[in-house]
Design a protein around this ligand. Structure first.
Ligand SMILES: Nc1nc2c(ncn2[C@@H]2O[C@H](COP(=O)(O)OP(=O)(O)OP(=O)(O)O)[C@@H](O)[C@H]2O)c(=O)[nH]1
Ligand SMILES: [Mg+2]
Length: 268
């Protein structure tokens, strides 16, 4: 893909997309962090922009629907036939967030045990980890902790954003879904991950991206990864004032928790 091609109109984010469930959200603020908005307005986003590509890895049991989820978002396609991912695949997606170009590399890894060791060599350097389970298979939810542990061996747990995604929502009845969601929210809270439930199959006639919650989910991943990147960049560049502490993924996973109580430099 040509990295300099214009960003698609349906990949432009001007507002912070909202979480799915308040009790398992990385943060519950309605807008981007004011310092991030400011930095974007003043073109002070450092390496976040045209040349920086953020890595997102997608892990989880075999056949939970990782490839379908990525294909639904990136290509708006759905294949009902299962074709196991061998090792890894990746897709590049370009966005514009608050006027700043931002690229995500989505790494689709194999869930099959025999390909796991190839796939795990690609875990390193992730800024976000998406752990997928099948909403209709409780074992796949139980396995998410192991997937997370493996992915975190290669990454810095304090700076990576975590998302727990239940897939194939179209296959569960509302009652079944509610039961599974209860367990999933608990797991998400333990992991300090943001919870989402999606279907890559349903909503086939909706544009620009079909599937239930697929577009909303990836936009949220994009926005939070962008926000964390810009905050990290501001911190690195020393633009913050003394006593103005920003943690990217604090203990309760709230990006804003330790942000400055003083007024940011550039904001009213
Ligand atoms: N009904 C339904 N089926 C789905 C959905 N997502 C995926 N599937 C089906 O589930 C099967 C597995 O999907 P994949 O996306 O290939 O699974 P995967 O997690 O990438 O599997 P590995 O590559 O082996 O790790 C396929 O037959 C898909 O058609 C969904 O949202 N709803
Ligand atoms: Mg796959």
């Amino acid at each position: 893909m040509n990295i300099l091609a214009p960003v698609r109109r349906d990949r432009v984010l001007t507002e912070l997309p909202q979480y799915l469930r308040k009790e398992a959200a990385l943060h519950v603020h309605k807008d981007f962090h004011p310092r991030v908005t400011c930095a974007c307005q003043e073109h002070r986003t450092g390496t976040v922009g045209r040349f920086k590509i953020s890595k997102v890895i997608v892990v989880g049991d075999l056949s939970v629907g990782k490839t379908c989820l990525i294909n639904r978002f990136c290509k708006d396609t759905f294949d009902k036939n299962y074709k196991a991912t061998i090792g890894v695949d990746f897709e590049m997606e370009r966005f514009e967030v608050l006027g700043v170009p931002f690229s995500l590399q989505l790494w689709d890894t194999a869930g099959q045990e025999r390909f796991k060791c190839i796939a795990s060599t690609y875990y390193r350097g992730a800024q976000a980890i998406i752990i997928v389970f099948n909403l209709n298979d409780v074992t796949s939810l139980e396995h998410t902790k192991q997937w997370l542990a493996d992915a975190l061996k290669e990454n810095d747990p304090s700076s990576v954003l975590l998302f727990l995604v239940g897939s194939k929502k179209d296959l569960s009845t509302p009652a079944q879904y509610m039961l599974m969601e209860k367990d999933a929210l608990k797991v998400a809270q333990e992991m300090k991950a943001e919870y989402w439930a999606v279907s890559s199959l349903t909503g086939l006639k909706l544009l620009p991206v079909s599937g239930e919650n697929v577009r909303e989910f990836f936009f949220r991943v994009t926005a939070l990864t962008f926000e964390a990147n810009v905050l990290a960049e501001l911190e690195k560049s020393g633009s913050r004032r003394i006593g103005d502490v920003i943690r990217i993924n604090s203990d309760d996973s709230n990006l804003y928790l330790t942000a400055s109580k003083k007024k940011p430099m550039c904001c009213p």
